[in-house]
Design a protein around this ligand. Structure first.
Ligand SMILES: C[S@@+](CC[C@H](N)C(=O)[O-])C[C@H]1O[C@@H](n2cnc3c(N)ncnc32)[C@H](O)[C@@H]1O
Length: 312
């Protein structure tokens, strides 16, 4: 019998573990089923959500300079590619990309996006990979004479705990290899009002996105979370500097997960996501065991940065 757990078994284990903690917590990767991916796409278009439009602007305005760092024949690898919207800026603007490997846990959505990309970019080899990039995975061995560039936009790096972020950079430096590079979007520290508004939008899309995780879990592992008994709230936590997304119980109730009963009291919350914000110095210190920061581009308000890194 195999010891390898199926994605559902892994999900169940992680949910049971998270709900047993003193501070209840659910992994943010479970936001993303088809509906979650669509809701995230809507979030990126909200007025309050500055990261996407700011990062897009930095990429578009500096693409020519970026291309001089990336090389002549590139294999572009993107963990957590989602809609690949920002990637289209690179795919359209750089003729050095021979192959694109989008990687995402949200399989149906990824395959749908990959099909569109194949039609839009017939000369680029598009090779989607459905996997959880926090677990070990293998890339297809193709285009061996190209340079591997890992593209990691969206400040998804902010979703890692400070303790586990180092492991991610270790994995990425192995993927890129000594000759490769990384182009990464990193959200910067700024006015708390701007940050909190970005994660508590007035149309309630982020609230819907947060609660959708509960529906996703119910469908996959048969739990009975009731999204109507929770309220979405995002808050800035100064130390070490992160937005925390929470689901606060509106009343005392019980939740059944695989016949384990978890009690939650009114006002108690389930933590669902961290979005760490960094200063340029803090980020450089975190990556420094594996990567050298070669070049940083920012916007005029210094809200966001795109950084080019090379393995040490
Ligand atoms: C914040 S979105 C960013 C999407 C896109 N890169 C961007 O910048 O707009 C995070 C994406 O990563 C995917 N994702 C999150 N955790 C993942 C994991 N552990 N393994 C694979 N994909 C993951 C989600 O499905 C989602 O598409």
């Amino acid at each position: 019998m195999s010891n390898v757990l199926s994605p559902q078994e892994t999900m169940l284990q992680e949910v049971l573990h998270g709900m047993s903690l003193k501070q209840k917590s659910l992994p943010s990767k479970y936001f993303y089923d088809q509906r979650g991916s669509e809701l995230f796409d809507e979030i990126t278009k909200l007025d309050e959500y500055y990261p996407t439009r700011t990062e897009r602007k930095i990429l578009s305005e500096n693409l020519v300079e970026m291309s001089s760092y990336l090389g002549d024949k590139i294999q572009l690898i993107e963990p957590g590619s989602g809609s690949s919207e920002k990637t289209r800026i690179l795919l359209s603007g750089l003729d050095s990309i021979c192959c694109y490997i989008p990687i995402d846990i949200s399989g149906d959505y990824l395959n749908m996006v990959a099909e569109d990309l194949r039609n839009e970019y017939p000369t680029i080899d598009i090779q989607p990979l459905v996997t959880d990039y926090t677990r070990s995975f293998r890339l297809p061995e193709i285009h061996s004479n190209s340079r591997k560039i890992v593209f990691f936009p969206g400040s998804t790096i902010g979703n890692f705990k400070r303790k586990t972020v180092t492991r991610f950079f270790e994995v990425v430096s192995e993927i890129a290899g000594k000759e490769g590079g990384m182009l990464i979007g990193v959200d910067l520290k700024k006015d708390v009002n701007v940050l909190e508004a970005a994660y508590n939008d007035s149309r309630g899309i982020t609230a819907e996105f947060n609660k959708n995780m509960l529906r996703h879990l119910n469908r996959e592992i048969g739990s009975d979370f009731n999204p109507d008994l929770f309220e979405h709230h995002s808050v800035w936590v100064d130390d070490p500097g992160q937005i925390e997304m929470r689901l606060i119980a509106k009343e005392d109730h019980k939740i059944n997960v695989a016949e384990e009963i978890f009690e939650i009291s009114e006002g108690e919350y389930i933590h669902t996501e961290n979005s760490h914000k960094y200063s340029l110095e803090e980020f450089e210190e975190i990556v420094s065991p594996w990567f050298k920061v070669v070049k940083v581009w920012t916007d005029e308000s210094d809200y966001f940065s795109v950084q080019y890194l090379e393995p040490r």
